[in-house]
Design a protein around this ligand. Sequence first.
Ligand SMILES: Cc1cc2nc3c(=O)[nH]c(=O)nc-3n(C[C@H](O)[C@H](O)[C@H](O)COP(=O)(O)O)c2cc1C
Length: 191
Amino acid sequence: MVVRVLVVPGSTRTDSFSKKLGRAAAAIVKEAGGEATFVDLRDHAMPLYDGDLEAAQGLPAAAVSLRAVVKQHQAVLFATPEYNASLSAVLKNAIDWLSRPYAAEPGVSVWKNKTAGLLSASPGALGGMRALVHLRQVLMNLGVLVVTEQFALGNATSAFGPDGGLVDPKTKASVLTVVQRTMHVAERLSG
Ligand SMILES: Cc1cc2nc3c(=O)[nH]c(=O)nc-3n(C[C@H](O)[C@H](O)[C@H](O)COP(=O)(O)O)c2cc1C
């Protein structure tokens, strides 16, 4: 079975390190025999969650489209930046909108029983590892099976080559460990 992995960076910035790490991770998914879809949250721009807006108009179109994309994948690889020791607001906002009921489908149903792997990237030495603690907690509360393996890419300014690939083989191996475990668990949960 070919595992379909959605790669979701938590930054909309054009030169985002999270996006670079997400693209590198997508290539590693393909090398590992999976299918990878890269999502740019800028292409799914949503307003900040507002209960009045939801009551009046339902889910924004961008949340409906992203929801449909998530449903087509067995696994999700997140690559988040760290903002003030937590995940980015843009990623949390997207997760929140997608946790809401839609049509006949109950809240959180899109996330429940998905498998996720966690990555982060930062120009700082710690690589955003504190954001991963919060992201893991949020996802597990939604019923996502978050694999134990995770990777925080520190010193991200010097981590990528001109082709966008990860320069250090050890770094690539760390991402591969997360990818392989995520695909392994997703395959068994889907079987
Ligand atoms: C509001 C704000 C808070 C930040 N807090 C942290 C932090 O807690 N830890 C960290 O490593 N970097 C922090 N940074 C720096 C980000 O890691 C850096 O801007 C990074 O490039 C953002 O991710 P991106 O490259 O994927 O867009 C912060 C940046 C901003 C704008």
